[in-house]
Design a protein around this ligand. Structure first.
Ligand SMILES: [Mg+2]
Length: 175
């Protein structure tokens, strides 16, 4: 069984879009340097990395699934040219009111990934910058890291800034 670190996308993998906005085209995607450092730690400790992201902008017709694929190809290219690897990107394209099983805080994206890649969820982690990410990770049976916590302290580890993520992962994955 694989061990995995699931990463939320916006605010973790890439700089957050402007308030209430979306990454609508590949040029909008700016990969966080601290994410690449965190990914290096993940790989070094024998974990796989998977991105799990709510992309309601598809449901709102702000961008197509084809464009979303191009955005994710850009991400995978940046990661690969750093000598690193992301196993897969899973996204939920639905509107909140569609009540699907995959939009976080539901754990559907993580459960699907676990099924398709034989991932041991109890040995895996979910990293996000929203309470929804923590809830999805907990519901899937993962441990959780919350970046930029506001009032919620249910995550196993809370850190103030994305810049702290590489060192935090080195701590928790190294045990
Ligand atoms: Mg986020």
């Amino acid at each position: 069984m694989r061990r995995c670190v699931f990463f939320d996308r916006d605010g973790i993998v890439n700089t957050p879009p402007k308030e209430g906005g979306y990454v609508e085209r590949p040029d909008d995607l700016v990969v966080e340097p601290a994410f690449l450092d965190a990914l290096r730690v993940v790989v070094k400790h024998g974990y796989d990395a998977i991105v799990v992201t709510n992309q309601q902008g598809v449901g709102k017709s702000l961008y197509s699934e084809k464009t979303l694929g191009e955005i994710h190809n850009k991400l995978l290219n940046v990661v690969e040219s750093s000598g690193l690897k992301i196993l897969a990107v899973y996204y939920c394209p639905h509107l909140a009111e569609e009540r699907c099983d995959c939009r976080k805080p539901k754990p559907g994206l993580l459960l699907r990934a676990a099924d398709e890649w034989q991932i041991d969820l109890a040995s895996s982690w979910m990293v996000g910058d929203s309470v929804r990410d923590v809830e999805a990770g907990m519901a899937a049976g993962c441990r959780t890291v919350l970046v930029n916590p506001q009032t919620d302290d249910r995550a196993n580890v809370c850190i103030e800034r994305i810049g702290c993520l590489p060192a935090t992962l080195a701590d928790v994955l190294g045990i």
